[in-house]
Design a protein around this ligand. Structure first.
Ligand code: NAD
Length: 423
């Protein structure tokens, strides 16, 4: 692999030469990317199984299919999004035109985590390419099989000076963060998000941070309990009896995360689940009862198939408790009562979420996806991906047919006129 500074300087040169700009070539590459994903589908499915034991259905639904859909969505609309837009001009600017010109930032760094190793690498990449940037992609070191397929796939579509993969762990990320990127898009933990923002601040590089944290799920007493149960279990993991022995049931990505999750099981009493398989790093979906608010499972991000359960009698308590914590990435409420729904949506701040469902807000290209407060900065998916990787260059095109005299200090009644207009 080339050294990191050399990759970035080649990307800068490639961008400066204008190769990433023409709309036709962006569309052509997105189409090629789509075809390459289809060509590599079997390899990707096998790699997702190898790294995470994702079943074929889960692999297609949450990784491959969703990325294909994102490409199709973007391709259909890119022509419109990429066009300069004329906007209104105020009276003070009489005679001129105002235009917003969408412009790619340049050379973008995308850093991805392990849990959706394909989707969380390719979704930002699609937005960055659509907007006309080059991309250096740093996938997670915990999913080497997916990274290997991704690397073949990407090099079959893009020249290395356009999209390059930089594989490795925090050392590689640290080296990347020293480089003069024009934009950084990071998905991962809050702790590493702070490191990324700190490094970006030193060079004033704009960032999107897609972070984590704790995401509450509120089931009110009037909820349709059958649907609520099914949809909440779907949002965690859904694999019938003895799921930890089901080969289609996802495994925990590393020994460290497996041990971390096992220790959470001591923070309460399992109502269901609790079984684990150390040989395959699997933990059965577990509902934990009798959990203390200050226990680690309630203080730290879980990121695994464990669901601590609390009961409440007053929705006000739930609102207060959620308000006292960092703003969640996602929040789910199950209720048939419009007042309860309104109280939650109006009083609580969270990245995004669902009423009477889980996760589905993240799977539509029509909704921006991102956090707020500690759960993140910025958003993407669909138009928001294009927008995230685009600088909006604002231009006033002045007329030479005449010149408005009153703006100049030498003008006799200038200030009086300005006062009439600017009020
Ligand atoms: P992580 O923060 O440990 O790692 C994410 C990426 O950062 C990896 O590529 C990793 O190599 C790199 N990295 C690790 N240490 C680094 C350092 N010191 N400096 C620079 N880069 C470093 O996260 P993870 O364990 O891969 O993923 C799980 C986390 O990601 C959870 O907190 C989860 O909530 C979050 N997440 C958020 C979203 C979202 O869309 N908001 C989606 C998935 C995961």
């Amino acid at each position: 692999m080339n050294s990191i500074p050399s990759i970035v300087s080649k990307h800068k040169a490639y961008f400066a030469a204008g190769h990433t700009r023409p709309l036709e070539s962006r569309l052509d590459l997105l189409e090629k990317l789509k075809q390459a994903i289809k060509t590599h589908e079997a390899d990707l499915t096998a790699a997702l199984y190898q790294d995470l034991h994702k079943s074929e259905q889960e692999a297609y639904t949450t990784e491959i299919g969703i990325v294909l859909e994102e490409i199709s969505f973007v391709m259909k609309r890119l022509g419109k999004w990429a066009k300069p837009k004329r906007v209104k001009t105020p009276l003070t600017h009489l005679g001129s035109k105002s235009i917003i010109i969408p412009e790619p930032y340049g050379t973008v760094l995308v850093v991805a985590p392990w849990n959706y190793p394909l989707q969380l690498a390719l979704s930002p990449l699609i937005g960055a390419i659509a907007a006309g940037n080059t991309v250096v992609l740093k996938p997670s070191e915990y999913t080497p099989a997916v990274s290997a397929v991704l690397s073949n796939l990407i090099s079959s579509v893009f020249p290395n000076d356009y999209v390059a993969m930089a594989e490795g762990g925090p050392d590689v990320s640290t080296a990347l963060l020293q480089q003069p990127f024009d934009y950084i898009f990071f998905t991962g933990s809050v702790a590493v998000g702070k490191i990324v923002m700190d490094a970006a601040a030193k060079q004033l590089i704009p960032v999107t941070l897609e972070l984590g944290g704790k995401s509450p799920c509120i089931v009110h007493k009037d909820a349709d309990i059958q649907f609520a149960a099914k949809r909440i279990v779907f949002g965690k993991e859904f694999y019938g009896p003895q799921p930890e022995q089901n080969p289609q049931y996802g495994k925990i990505v590393s020994e460290r995360h497996y041990q971390r999750l096992l220790s959470f099981l001591n923070d309460g009493v399992p109502l269901t689940g609790g079984q684990s398989d150390p040989n395959h790093h699997k933990i059965a979906p577990t509902i934990l009862d009798q959990v203390e608010d200050d226990s680690p499972v309630m203080q730290e991000e879980i990121f695994g198939p464990i669901l601590p359960l609390f009961t409440y009698s007053d929705i006000g308590e739930v609102i207060e408790k959620t308000q006292s914590r960092p703003k969640p990435l996602a929040l789910y409420v199950f209720t048939t009562n419009k007042e309860i729904e309104r109280a939650i949506l109006e009083n609580l701040s969270f990245g995004g979420g669902c009423v009477n469902d889980t996760l589905m807000h993240a799977a539509t290209p029509y909704l921006p996806f991102g956090g707020v407060g500690e759960s993140g900065i910025g958003s993407y998916h669909g138009f928001d991906s294009f927008n995230t990787f685009t600088h909006k260059k604002s231009v006033v095109k002045q007329t030479n047919r005449f010149d408005i005299a009153f703006r100049y200090p030498s003008s006799k009644n200038g200030l009086r006129m300005i006062r009439k207009i600017l009020k």
